[in-house]
Design a protein around this ligand. Sequence first.
Ligand SMILES: [Zn+2]
Length: 136
Amino acid sequence: MKALKVSDEIESYCGKCKMTLAHSIVALVDGAPAKVRCLTCFSDHKPRKEPGTAATKTKKKKSTTSTKSSPWQEQMRMWSVEKATPYTISKTYSVDEFINHKKFGKGIVTRIPSPEKIIALFESGEKMLLQGHVKR
Ligand SMILES: [Zn+2]
């Protein structure tokens, strides 16, 4: 495998052309294409796979689809008071850590956008919270 570089051609799905077409890489992040340009309509966008390609096989899924649970409910199956950390502004957290927030309740850390911030998923949705905040 050779490393990708800017201006290399890759195949990506174009939302404007509504099909998978040749694109040239406009920007790379960590060696992976972050932005591509459609060589057909010349629009820039994130590289993506053609939507619905997995559906072409039409797998039989009947019983499990009726009871849809939210991503939060999925995560909360694993949640327990013993494993959860009470949320306080001064602590630091890691991704997938269970937290217990006074106001929002049970949650899980989904992303850490910066050393001072975490994004956690609560029943009411994703919230950005501060972490590692030391009072001076
Ligand atoms: Zn296009």
